[in-house]
Ligand binder design. Structure first.
Ligand SMILES: Nc1ncnc2c1ncn2[C@@H]1O[C@H](COP(=O)(O)OP(=O)(O)OP(=O)(O)O)[C@@H](O)[C@H]1O
Ligand SMILES: Nc1ccn([C@H]2C[C@H](O)[C@@H](COP(=O)(O)O)O2)c(=O)n1
Length: 672
């Protein structure tokens, strides 16, 4: 996951390949609650691992539910309709799919519970559900603002004399919550005329496909609800939530929308097929699968099987549409970004529910689409999008994401803009709500011209702080990091282990040894043929050998392709001696980092002493000056600033100041 302040997505060209999507959030949280309410244990396979499911799992644990995790399978030991813990304070984050059904279930079972969430959760209405539960005799109080969490739940005096009425026109999650909780009432009622539990929907029920998911999953847990149209739902008396033993969670159809759109927008890479999505397909029980139809209306070519989809670009530009999106409220946000690539004005109607989601999504989408150059008309329950009038009308935008995972994900697709502009996604980690590795998945499928993939080079002499600076820059920008010195150090170590002379007499043998080595970077560890060499390569002796080995032209040539392989989306920070001058001459920013020899010797001294390695300042200084001299005077790619490098002497600068300075230079080159 990218936990950076922002993520700059370079302009993208093509896409191809296949992807297995994470489990559906809607299914995951429903299944978790049903498993918890049933008796016995349920193995839940392919459960989504995200903020919202973690919130649900934690609440279930607090209520005394057994939760055992084994990779993507979670075993839930059910409560059999009665929490083991009668008093708890439950934090529900911003997970609507957790707080609503759990409120209903706890209110029926009774106890002393408080449910709260993040500030935005306290702005998301829950009054319609509370009103419905109170008709039944449930005890629910508002702890702050009437109609909104946080809530306190007490002991109910259940009284079911008439159908329970619930509004269906703000969120379908209230009806879902009742449907999952009221079997706990039905189970205590003898099957007889008039004993069934009846729910009546007041007003037009929105987002019906989500109710279909609920009914489908209830049926898998043994509760067959009778439905009369979309207004009346009957849970037969005597119904009981029964574990199916094991259950598989489908991949998330809403998450699929970004990749369906990707297939529709991106040209295919030469000789490649489009985008194949595994884990969800034509047989999906999720309403958002109907996003496929909307994408087809816009021009996407889609083929599908029971649990897969394959998408490629059809009509181009895409076709503008006018669509009632009530049945696909979440995925419809993706259509709003696809509309940027359409041949006219697209209108998405009946999306008033966007206003009460993670953020006011109507306002958010309108604001961010305008930043990109679109003309947007935002109504109470619709959005109308006209794409930028010409290539020149597109703007590079920094997309504010409002702590809303879907805003972050759908706007990544703006990176296919014809103007070749990058897109900045602020707070990219908000995707953790449903799809923590979304951007990694995106980057695994898309391609762009190498010239668009940014490179920052940090070159300079020994112990100037290149590695420290480069690693920090890479972390702040979410870029890959290449410590090229480590490759020469590995080469030197491998050569001496093989007994090869570290001199020109051994250059051919060392160069031919290198392609046989399996060199892997795992976080900040470096492995040689599976063995962790992170410490072994850092000795002063091996540093000196690395300097010697790096003077051999055939050795340098043997390492070029490996270094180039680090140049990948979304960008690279590389440190060494010839990053800017030889390996990445096209780099957008080249820094030549220096510090005085006494300072560098002092830094290295401290570094070694802190690792418990004894040495003297004088010997270190002599060694690093000898090493610099060799690196500077060798004929193959000598240590020297690239012509267009910026010189930075950090003798009197802290690491933090150096990082901020270089980030400022980098930001100065961005169009945002
Ligand atoms: N600006 C700075 N001020 C003080 N200490 C620093 C600064 N930059 C780096 N250091 C410290 O100096 C030591 C050497 O830094 P680093 O390993 O990053 O240098 P390097 O140039 O990559 O070295 P090498 O060429 O040997 O790989 C580290 O202990 C690091 O924490
Ligand atoms: N791009 C590079 C990186 C490193 N070297 C050589 C020169 C150094 O003495 C040696 C070890 O590098 P360090 O880990 O100290 O950065 O490797 C080079 O020639 N070119």
């Amino acid at each position: 996951m990218y936990a950076t302040a922002f993520l700059d997505i370079p302009p993208l060209n093509t896409a191809s390949g296949s992807i297995t999507l994470p489990g559906s959030k809607s299914i995951s949280n429903r299944v978790l609650l049903l498993a918890a309410l049933s008796e016995g244990s349920t193995d839940v396979h392919d459960l989504l691992d995200s903020d919202d499911t973690r919130v649900m799992l934690e609440a279930l644990r607090q209520l005394g539910c057994g939760v055992h995790q084994n990779h993507s399978t979670v075993t839930i030991e059910g409560l059999g309709g009665k929490p083991k813990v009668a008093q708890a304070k439950l934090f529900m984050g911003n997970a609507g799919t957790a707080i609503r059904p759990l409120t209903a279930a706890l209110a029926v079972m009774g106890g002393d519970y408080e449910l709260s969430g993040v500030p935005r959760m306290h702005e998301r209405p829950i009054g319609d559900l509370v009103d419905a539960m109170r008709q039944l005799g449930c005890q629910i109080d508002y702890l702050e603002k009437s109609g909104y969490p946080p809530l306190r739940i007490g002991q109910p005096t259940l009284n079911l004399s008439a159908p329970i009425q619930v509004r269906g026109d703000v969120s379908s999650q209230f009806l879902t919550a009742l449907l999952m909780a009221l079997p706990l009432v039905a189970m205590h009622r003898a099957p007889a005329l008039g004993n069934d539990v009846v729910i009546e929907v007041v007003g037009e029920l929105i987002s019906r496909p989500y109710i279909e998911i609920t009914l489908n999953l209830l049926a898998q847990f043994g509760v067959v609800v009778q439905r009369d149209g979309w207004q009346r739902f009957t849970i037969p008396a005597g119904s009981q939530i029964r574990t199916p033993g094991e259950i598989y969670v489908e991949a998330d159809a809403s998450s699929a929308s970004y990749f369906i759109a990707l297939g529709a927008i991106a040209a295919r890479a030469r000789g490649q097929k489009g985008i194949k999505i595994l884990g969800v397909g034509a047989a999906s029980i999720q309403g958002d699968i109907r996003f496929v139809e909307a994408a087809q209306m816009m021009g996407a070519q889609v083929t599908s099987g029971p649990n897969w989809l394959e998408i490629s670009r059809g009509a181009w530009p895409l076709k503008a549409i006018d669509l009632d999106c009530n049945h696909i409220p979440d995925a419809a946000m993706t259509l709003a970004v696809m509309a940027l690539y359409a041949d006219g004005t697209t209108t998405l109607r009946n999306v008033a529910s966007w206003r009460v989601k993670e953020t006011d999504r109507l306002a958010a989408m309108a604001c961010e689409l305008r930043k990109l150059g679109a003309t947007v008309d935002e109504g109470a329950d619709y959005i109308r999008i006209t794409p930028p009038a010409s290539v020149g009308a597109w703007k590079a935008a920094s997309i504010h994401t409002y702590d809303d995972h879907r805003v972050a994900m759908c706007f990544s697709l703006a990176a296919f803009n014809p103007a070749g502009l990058p897109v900045r996604i602020e707070d990219p980690k908000c995707v953790a709500k449903t799809f923590p590795d979304y951007f990694e998945a995106l980057f695994s499928l898309v391609q762009t011209s190498p010239k668009h993939v940014p490179v920052i080079c940090i070159d300079g002499p020994t112990a100037s702080g290149k590695g420290t600076l480069a690693a920090e820059l890479a972390m702040r920008l979410g870029y890959h990091f290449l410590d090229s010195g480590a490759l020469y150090r590995i080469a030197a170590l491998a050569a001496s282990r093989a007994g090869l002379p570290i001199a020109s007499s051994g250059e051919a043998q060392i160069a031919s040894l290198l392609p046989q080595l399996r060199i892997e970077f795992a976080g900040n560890r470096i492995l040689l043929n599976g063995e962790d060499m992170s410490e072994a390569i850092r000795t002063e002796e091996n540093g000196m050998n690395a300097s010697k080995v790096s003077a051999l032209a055939p050795v340098r040539a043997a390492l070029v392709a490996l270094q180039h392989s680090f140049h990948r989306l979304p960008g690279l920070v590389a440190d060494g001696r010839d990053m800017g001058s030889v390996i990445f001459p096209q780099a957008q920013l080249k820094v030549f980092l220096t510090a005085s020899a006494p300072q560098r010797a002092q830094r290295r001294f401290k570094q070694l002493i802190s690792k418990g390695i004894s040495t003297t300042l004088d010997s270190l200084r002599a060694d690093l000056e000898a090493r610099d001299e060799r690196d500077r005077t060798r004929s193959a790619s000598p240590l020297k600033p690239a012509q267009d490098a910026v010189l930075l002497d950090n003798s009197d600068l802290s690491v933090e100041t150096s990082v901020d300075l270089v980030l400022g230079w980098w930001q100065g080159k961005q169009p945002f």
